[in-house]
Each structure stands twice: as structure tokens, then as C-alpha cells.
Design a protein around this ligand. Structure first.
Ligand SMILES: Cc1ncc(C[n+]2csc(CCOP(=O)(O)OP(=O)(O)O)c2C)c(N)n1
Ligand SMILES: [Mg+2]
Length: 556
């Protein structure tokens, strides 16, 4: 029996005070006291097969719930394996805490087990990185790790505890004085900024609003929806901002991406208000926004100063800004004609997507597979997508009707492999809904062994694999930029992914005909097991996003 009261007990108590219910972890002797500390306060540990999976699941848990995700990894290689997940969260601005083990302080620089300069490793990929200085102060450090993760701009923090400090016995009374979390409030907009925004919105003839992850983290769902319907402004959403206003809302015009009506909207608008959205290559480095007055709103001043400049810059929380705009509403100028025009383009694009069936070689087109998944999953399922071309079709075709409903490969960090860990955390956070993952065959490979984690923990989801036998975005990127006559390192094998999953104890089927796909997905959902539908996809279907990227010199 583990009966010690130690720094691990303080960590467990501090996590419980922060309402942490689940932690994603992979065991190591350097973190055993933390694992026991968490277990003793009733925190469920989802133990993974690779620390990349643990870190990505923690990030996805945060993206789904709006809370702070937590992972725990062991010293040295445990941490190096988590680096991709931490970097992904850092670039995405997702709040999470990575707890790590570390070699004993007393054995520093003496060739002990799993020695590494961990702080220097994580400094560029975390907002805040510290090592606990004494056993008694462990809970104080945990509290700070959460507060730092949730201060503008949000992101991952890192805390390690040298194992000799971690396992040192402490006075049990210290558990009674573990402090409560720091409360959060984002910066409020000031009155003159709101007056200016109201004036701009009234005078504009063709306004649009683009919302990003900042809208998700400020929990702006209700406020943004009321703002859009009151001021009657078309809203486009990106990244974790997808679903902050429901795709089914009449003022939501879908993703801020080269799909639907966004290009028409952004290149013809006279006013573009960006709320909590990072302006980088996703918006063609400013080329899409050239004709409009650009207003940027973000909780972080540094973010406003990065990327292409706005003519008006407001450092404020998205929800607080929408609330203040609603309070200040006087009378609206109607943007109905402009909105109708955009709605027509959006609905034509939707119809075109839905009508696609086969690719140039007569095999299933990725858009058709995505449509089949939506037919079965319906408007409320959890959707995840990962891959190159595959992901761009998923992002264009899946609904985002509520916050966190749709997760995908980070458009800025671009790390393939997030799909399976994201799907596991998605299913875990919304267990009453089916969870459907649309994943490239290349992207599938990185974290495929996490199917075993899902099977062991009984976390069902259906991975539909876009099996085109190539790193498709790379294949077409090279083909479009350098010619299809000479390609390098873009082919992968035709693997029986469904049998791989079956061998682990999951459900699996292979599909080659479009008519068989819907029933196969239905059977996979009914199995209530982690499942894999391996679909033969036409490799010559090249997405619009890949073509747009190749035009600015990116080949996947
Ligand atoms: C971890 C990682 N490695 C490599 C890349 C480069 N890359 C971008 S897209 C892509 C191809 C993705 O292929 P797949 O997952 O099969 O999807 P497809 O494009 O074929 O639909 C590659 C290799 C990356 N973005 N991330
Ligand atoms: Mg592929």
C-alpha cells in the first residue's frame, strides 16, 4: 500500500482543487508519487502508450471542454516524446499543464538515469516552465502552472519535480492549506473603442467578422451569437473558433478558409473585424484582406502587433467586447443584400461538395467519404480530422454546431498524427455522442498504437481512413510545383489498417465502393468499440487547399 504523504499528495490535492477529473499519463518511476497522489483524490488516469498521445489528448480535452488539460510524463525520454504535443498546444494557444518527472537533484550531472536539461528543452514551447524547489511548495507551483496557462494569451505550461523532492515525506497538515485557483478575467474593452466599433459597423456596407480560438477561450458562444444576430454581420470562424457560433445560425457563414464564400467575402468586404484570431499564412499573409478596413481584437497586445497590421487594434477579451457592443447597440444598418449574396455562394459550394462521388480514377472521392460520415453522424456528433488533403476536406465538410465539436490538425503547426489522440479525448468528453475521425493513411500511422489505449479504457470512436497510398498533400504539392514526372518520398504502402485495429481488439472493415461506406460506419458505431473503416480513396483528387498552398510555395 502506498501510504506516504509527500509532494505527490500535494500535487493531487492541488489538481483536485482545480476541478481536474482526468489526467493523460504514461508511467515512469520518476512520477509514481504524482500518479498515486492523483489516484488518491479520485482523478481518473488515462494511461497511454506514447507520451505524444498523452500530451495531445490533454490538449484535445482542453479544446473540447474549455478547461485546462493535464498530462503527466516521466523524466528524459518521457518528456522528449511529449514535445510535439506541447508544441502543438503552444502554437494553438491551448491551456494545458504538463507535469514531468526529473532525476534527483542530488544526482545532477552525475550520469544518473534519464538525465536531461529539461527546462531548456521546453522553454521555447511553453509559456512558463519551472522546477519545484521544495516538497512543501509543490501545490503552490501547481496553482501557478494553472494560472499561467490561463493568462492571456493562453497556452501550455510545464512543471517538473525532481524525484528526491517528490518522494520526500511531508507533514499531512500541509494538505489542508492547499490554495484555491486564481479567478480569470480578460482585459475589458474601453468605451471609446466600443463607440468606434459601433460607428464602423453602422457605416459599413459589406462587413464581416472573423473569429478564432480566442472566442472559444473567452466562452463567447452566446454573446457572439447575439452580437451577429443584432448587428446582422456575417461571421466566419477559424481554428478553435469553429462552432463558437453554430454553423446552423443564419449569420454563420462557415469556415474562414478557401472554401464556401470566404474568399469572396474577404476580398470584397469594406470592414473586416478579427476577433481572437491569429493572422498568418492562413489568410494568405494579408492578401485576402487588402480592400477592407481591418480591425483586430485580441486579449494579447503582442498578438495584435504580430502578422499584418490592423488599422484599429483593440486589446480586449472577445466575449467582453461582444457584450459591450450589445449594450451599445442603437439602430442597425442592414447588411442583408451583402449577406444574401454570400449565402448564395456558400450554399452553391455546399451543394457542389455534397454532389461529389468519385475521383478522376473512378475511386471514392474524399469529399464523398466526408459527406457519408456526416450523413451517419448527424449534426451533433463529435468530429475530428487529421492529415493533408484528407484534413482539408474534413474541415470543409464537417459541421461545427457547438464549441469544440470539430477538431483537426493545427493549421499553423501542421503536426500530422493528432487525429487518434484527439478522437480519444473527444469521445471521452462527449461519451453520449458518436465520435467520427476522418484521417489520412499517413497521419493514421503516427499514433496508431493509441487504439490499444482506447480499447483498454473502452473509449469508442470510428476512424475512417482515407487510404490513398500516398502522403497526398506532399504528392500533389511536389507534382504541382515540380511536375508529376519526378516525385520523391511521397508513397506509402497499402496497409490493412482495419485488420491492425481488429488485431488489437477493435472493430474493422475495408470499403472500396461508396455505397458500402454508410452501412459500414453504422455497423462500426453499433459495435461500440474503437473502430477503423479502411476506405480506398482516389489519390488524384487534389484539394483546393493543396493547390492554394502550392501557389505560395508550400508543398505539404
Ligand atoms: C509530423 C509531420 N510530418 C510531416 C509533415 C509533412 N506533411 C504535410 S501533409 C503530408 C501528407 C499527409 O498525408 P496523409 O495523412 O496520408 O493525408 P493525404 O494528404 O494523403 O490525404 C505530409 C507528409 C507534417 N505536416 N507533419
Ligand atoms: Mg494519404
Amino acid at each position: 500500500m502506498y501510504q506516504r504523504t509527500d509532494a505527490g499528495s500535494l500535487v493531487g490535492k492541488a489538481l483536485a482543487n482545480h476541478a481536474v477529473k482526468k489526467v493523460f499519463a504514461l508511467q515512469g518511476g520518476h512520477i509514481d508519487p504524482i500518479l498515486y497522489g492523483m489516484k488518491h483524490v479520485g482523478i481518473e488516469i488515462i494511461d497511454t502508450r506514447h507520451e505524444q498521445g498523452a500530451a495531445l489528448m490533454a490538449e484535445a480535452w482542453a479544446l473540447k471542454t474549455g478547461d485546462t488539460g493535464v498530462c503527466a510524463v516521466t523524466a528524459g525520454p518521457g518528456l522528449t516524446n511529449a514535445v510535439t504535443g506541447l508544441s502543438n498546444a503552444f502554437i494553438n494557444g491551448t491551456p494545458m499543464v504538463c507535469l514531468a518527472g526529473r532525476r534527483p537533484m542530488a544526482h545532477a550531472d552525475a550520469w544518473t538515469l534519464q538525465e536531461l536539461d529539461q527546462l531548456r528543452l521546453v522553454e521555447p514551447i511553453t509559456k512558463w516552465a519551472k522546477s519545484v524547489a521544495s516538497a512543501e511548495r509543490a501545490a503552490e507551483y501547481v496553482r501557478n502552472a494553472f494560472a499561467q496557462a490561463r493568462s492571456p494569451r493562453l497556452g501550455p505550461t510545464y512543471l517538473d519535480i525532481p524525484v528526491d523532492i517528490l518522494s520526500q515525506p511531508i507533514d499531512a497538515h500541509l494538505l489542508d492549506s492547499v490554495a484555491q485557483p486564481i479567478s480569470e478575467t480578460g482585459p475589458m474593452p474601453n468605451g471609446s473603442d466600443i463607440d468606434l466599433l459601433v460607428d464602423l459597423l453602422q457605416k459599413a456596407e459589406r462587413p464581416i467578422v472573423v473569429v478564432g480560438s480566442g472566442a472559444h477561450w473567452s466562452r463567447a458562444h452566446d454573446s457572439l451569437t447575439s452580437f451577429a444576430n443584432t448587428y446582422k454581420v456575417p461571421i466566419y470562424s477559424a481554428n478553435a473558433g469553429r462552432g463558437i457560433i453554430s454553423d446552423s445560425d443564419p449569420w454563420c457563414f462557415g469556415p474562414a478558409a478557401p472554401a464556401g464564400s470566404f474568399i469572396e467575402a474577404s476580398t470584397n468586404a469594406d470592414l473586416i473585424i478579427c476577433m481572437g484570431v491569429r493572422l498568418g499564412y492562413l489568410f494568405m499573409n494579408g492578401a485576402l484582406f487588402q480592400g477592407a478596413k481591418l480591425v483586430r481584437i485580441d486579449i494579447n497586445g503582442g498578438e495584435l502587433a504580430t502578422g499584418f497590421p490592423g488599422q484599429v487594434n483593440i486589446q480586449a477579451d472577445v466575449k467582453a467586447t461582444c457584450d459591450a457592443l450589445l449594450d451599445a447597440y442603437k439602430s442597425g444598418s442592414s447588411h442583408q443584400e451583402w449577406a444574401d449574396k454570400l449565402a448564395k455562394t456558400a450554399s452553391e459550394a455546399k451543394k457542389a461538395f455534397a454532389s461529389v462521388e468519385l475521383g478522376p480514377n473512378g475511386l471514392i472521392h474524399p469529399a464523398a467519404a466526408v459527406s457519408a460520415m456526416v450523413d451517419v453522424g448527424g449534426p451533433d456528433a463529435s468530429y475530428v480530422t487529421d492529415g493533408g488533403d484528407a484534413m482539408t476536406y474534413g474541415m470543409a465538410g464537417f459541421p461545427a454546431n457547438h464549441p469544440g465539436q470539430l477538431l483537426g490538425t493545427s493549421v499553423y503547426f501542421g503536426a500530422l498524427g493528432v487525429g487518434i489522440p484527439y478522437a480519444i479525448a473527444s469521445s471521452l468528453s462527449a461519451p453520449d455522442k458518436p465520435c467520427l475521425l476522418w484521417v489520412g493513411d499517413g497521419a493514421f500511422g503516427f499514433n496508431a498504437i493509441e487504439f490499444e489505449t482506447a480499447i483498454r479504457h473502452k473509449i469508442p470512436f470510428v476512424a475512417v481512413v482515407a487510404n490513398n497510398g500516398v502522403w497526398g498533400m506532399s504528392y500533389h504539392g511536389q507534382g504541382l510545383m515540380f511536375g508529376y514526372d519526378e516525385l520523391v518520398s511521397v508513397e506509402i504502402g497499402d496497409v490493412a489498417y482495419h485488420e491492425l485495429v481488429r488485431s488489437l481488439g477493435g472493430y474493422g472493415e475495408k470499403v472500396t465502393e461508396l455505397k458500402d461506406l454508410r452501412p459500414a460506419i453504422e455497423r462500426a458505431i453499433e459495435s461500440n468499440l474503437p473502430a477503423c473503416i479502411n476506405v480506398t480513396i482516389d489519390k488524384d483528387a487534389v484539394s483546393f487547399a493543396t493547390q492554394a498552398m502550392a501557389s505560395i510555395g508550400f508543398g505539404g
